[in-house]
Ligand binder design. Structure first.
Ligand code: ATP
Ligand code: MG
Length: 439
């Protein structure tokens, strides 16, 4: 038997529904914020990620799936979405669109060679968004609002929105120097990765999972204290906008984020749920004003976020245990060979009218057919044999009540539609706005 690759998982038919529901919420909220979907390839030239994400990041140093294709080109399975979206925006000149900023979202698989554990996989899915072309602090706030609206729509309420600012190049550079000076006498007390990071990219030391909580890092200088006046003003404007929309947040002045390309605003949203284990961060994002230029595009200030969709599902399951079941209107119980083709035709006609139908393809005995129906739990069993065929009728059994009625075949569709409407009306809690009574 050949097994799946470590750190990957199958989405089995009973679970697909949850993913589809999640994707629908994502689509709906994205529509509300007027973001449009973009789909890019899952592999790109390695150089894109090495330059875009940053040579010194953990992702590029340790986590990318790099390989040579048969033409000898170095390609990489995408570890994140932003670099690909920016590559596509440059290649297709999306940044020149009349509608600014260009608002894009994506979802799909990403690949990182990490130690698999709950909420951390080697193939995982991200939903992300990018707004390209505006330096306005309002769009930073809009992006944070968009991410928290997704959580609100999923009814994940116990969350902490953490925001911080790294400032632009000048502020970041001043801070980097201060941090290096501070860390220098203590660097040997930090983990080996941090000792490397100290040389290559000292900000990343603050994002270390091993040294998290270490007093050396807790007492380290904070980026906010080294912002230029202009950068401080940008951050204050973001905060003002968040206050204006009534979004709850905390300023976390030690938040830096793992990727090289961030400038100015950075943010994360954690869910305070036991079920997530150590992986509590659902979404991370921020402003990346230099990325487009560094990938040979024009000067396009941008801001975005990325959610881990598996973590969203884990969070969803612990706050909202009721899963809508896959839904079937009719199960056809055909009695004998003489009606097998007629019953297929009946089922097919009903499907064309929008009813979800299934059928026994194994020619089971009557008991077997009812057993299969029990498992599928349809609204109606349709029972059809040679006697019914002769009379031009069909037996319809309402599964929930056990009530059975013989209906002329020509009236079957209308009968089912009326019955479905009645069932929906009777089980309505009085506020559905779609049934006859609520209308
Ligand atoms: P973490 O600190 O958890 O490693 P990260 O900083 O590497 O996250 P980003 O690159 O910002 O994460 O990706 C955004 C989101 O994608 C994360 O907040 C998380 O929800 C999700 N994510 C990242 N890596 C994985 C993974 N290996 N498996 C599942 N989800 C992931
Ligand atoms: Mg990571």
């Amino acid at each position: 038997m050949i097994n799946k690759i470590k750190g990957t998982y199958d989405i089995l038919p009973d679970e697909t529904n949850k993913w589809q529901n999640l994707e629908e919420v994502i689509r709906n909220v994205s529509k509300l914020f007027n973001f449009k979907e973009i789909r890019t390839p899952i592999f790109e030239y390695s150089e894109l990620f090495h330059r875009g994400v940053g040579e010194t990041t953990d992702i590029v140093k340790k986590e990318t799936y790099d390989f040579k294709d048969r033409g000898g080109r170095s390609v990489t399975l995408r570890p994140e979405g932003t670099a690909s979206v920016v590559r596509s925006a440059i290649e297709n000149k999306l940044y020149a669109s009349a509608n600014q900023p260009v608002k894009l979202y994506y979802h799909g698989p990403m690949f990182r060679y990490e130690r698999p554990q709950k909420g951390r996989y080697r193939q995982f899915r991200q939903f992300g968004a990018e707004a390209l072309g505006s330096n306005s602090p309002l769009i930073d706030a809009e992006i944070i609002n968009y991410a928290s609206t997704v959580l609100e729509a999923l009814r994940i309420k116990d969350i902490t929105v953490k925001v911080n600012s790294l400032g632009g190049s000048e502020s970041k550079e001043t801070y980097k120097q201060k941090l290096k000076e501070y860390l220098k006498p203590n660097i040997t007390k930090l983990c080996s990765d941090c000792q490397r990071r100290y040389e290559e990219n000292p900000l990343r030391v603050l994002d270390c999972k091993v040294d998290k909580g270490n007093p050396i890092l807790v007492k380290a200088p904070k980026p906010l204290d080294y912002l230029t006046d202009e950068d401080r003003y940008h951050f204050d404007q973001v905060i003002e906008a968040l206050d204006a929309i009534g979004l709850n947040y905390v300023v976390d002045n030690s938040l830096v984020r793992g990727l090289d390309y961030y400038t100015h605003t950075v943010f994360e949203i954690d869910a305070n749920l036991e079920s997530l284990g150590a992986q509590k961060t659902l979404v991370g994002g921020g402003r990346y004003n230099n990325l487009v230029k560094s990938l040979d595009g024009p000067d396009v200030p941008s801001v975005g976020f990325a959610f881990g969709m598996e973590r969203l599902l884990i969070a969803l399951e612990s706050v909202n245990k009721i899963e809508p079941k896959p839904f079937i209107h009719c199960f056809m119980i055909a009695l004998g060979d003489s009606v097998k083709n007629d019953s297929l035709r009946i089922v097919n006609d009903l499907r064309h009218g929008g009813l979800v139908c299934d059928y026994d393809f194994f020619n089971k005995n009557l008991k077997g057919k009812f057993k299969q129906s029990d498992r599928l739990n349809p609204m109606f069993n349709l029972i059809y044999g040679s006697e019914e065929k002769e009379k031009g009728v069909i037996n319809v059994k309402v599964v929930k009540t056990g009530e059975q009625k013989q209906v002329p075949l020509k009236d079957l569709y209308q009968f089912l539609v009326n019955s479905i409407r009645n069932i929906t009306t009777n089980s309505c809690a009085g506020n559905c706005s779609s049934c006859d009574e609520c209308d």
